[in-house]
Ligand binder design. Structure first.
Ligand SMILES: NC(=O)c1ccc[n+]([C@@H]2O[C@H](COP(=O)([O-])OP(=O)(O)OC[C@H]3O[C@@H](n4cnc5c(N)ncnc54)[C@H](OP(=O)(O)O)[C@@H]3O)[C@@H](O)[C@H]2O)c1
Length: 282
């Protein structure tokens, strides 16, 4: 049942499936393993989790019982800003791996910047996890231009990605340019703006023209951009299938621009007062 098999994007020689299954918050936790397993069954080969989400155990269980080989599944997890100090960071990575029943992740991210701990210390712990074979690739999340530049300077290993909020209603040009400058890919979280973009008249119009859904048009707009990856969360089988059935059509340059122009809406959804950095102004 691999009809929706995800296509991969090549980031400096490493191939990652351009669509991952997001696992932050399952309103019905008892369905989490079933949904993650369904995602694997229908072709997802990339799962996005984090210590903070509480979903690592479900991810591990789904992988354990899946007929798909471990090495064919890309697993991303993250260390929260509470664990930015070197010792806590290492403990967090170990707990994540134990919780998932894995001996490595494909990508380990610093989940949020932590202004109270020197970035060099956290980056050092991230690099150490890679050098110890616990993470095949390392990266950052929710980092601004200044922080991206600092992280790239401090890291002795290449940074694979910066996972940021990116969807048609937010302008992330500055951050995307800074990532490109350092050869860092962009992973898009809340790629559907938690459903906000799905009734947009322009997106609905383009969806009708392609006989697709607004979610498919939005995700296609993201992954058709250079070096981008998206991790939508589907909460039922229809959404999960839809969000990965994207590899048999393309958007025209004009359609790409029409959707890019929606950024004027300037909507940032993930903006927690307790941990947000000073965001770059559009
Ligand atoms: N690094 C970070 O700081 C960070 C922050 C946030 C998220 N993330 C990652 O990004 C992932 C995705 O973010 P998210 O889950 O918050 O938001 P999202 O993917 O933008 O939106 C998910 C919601 O959109 C709806 N949806 C999904 N597919 C649909 C479809 N085909 N048709 C119609 N509606 C659809 C569902 O809503 P209904 O409930 O209405 O069905 C679903 O709950 C997370 O799960 C997590 O892995 C990372």
């Amino acid at each position: 049942m691999d009809a929706h098999s995800s296509s991969k994007v090549n980031i400096n020689g490493t191939k990652i499936p351009s669509i991952g299954y997001g696992t932050m918050v399952f309103p019905e936790p008892e369905k989490a393993v079933e949904l993650i397993s369904f995602a694997l069954d229908c072709g997802y080969r990339h799962i996005d989790t984090a210590r903070k989400y509480g979903s690592e155990a479900w991810v591990g269980e789904a992988i354990k019982h899946s007929p798909v080989a471990r090495e064919d599944i890309w697993v991303t997890t993250k260390v929260t800003e509470e664990n930015a100090k070197a010792y806590d960071f290492a403990q967090s990575v170990e707990t994540s791996l134990t919780t998932m029943g894995l001996n490595y992740v494909d990508l380990l991210l610093i989940h949020w910047p932590q202004p109270n701990v020197p970035l060099g210390e956290t980056i050092g712990a991230l690099v150490k996890a890679k050098n110890e074979g616990l993470a095949k690739n390392i990266g950052i999340s929710n980092f601004t231009v200044d922080l991206i530049n600092q992280a790239a300077e401090l890291s002795s290993e290449p940074l694979f990605t910066n996972q940021i909020e990116y969807h048609p209603y937010i302008n992330q040009d500055k951050v995307i340019d800074a990532c490109a400058h350092h050869g860092i890919s962009v992973s898009c979280h809340v790629p559907l703006a938690r459903g906000e973009v799905l009734s947009d008249p322009e997106i609905v119009k383009i969806a009708r023209m392609h006989n697709r859904t607004p979610a498919q048009i939005t995700l296609k707009w993201l992954i058709q951009q250079n070096a981008t990856i998206a991790v939508p969360r589907g909460l039922n089988q229809k959404e999960i299938i839809e969000n990965i059935t994207l590899f048999d059509f393309s958007l025209s340059d004009q359609e790409m621009k029409m959707i890019s122009d929606l950024r004027a809406r300037n909507l940032r959804i993930v903006d927690p007062e307790v941990r947000r950095p000073l965001w770059d102004k559009p």
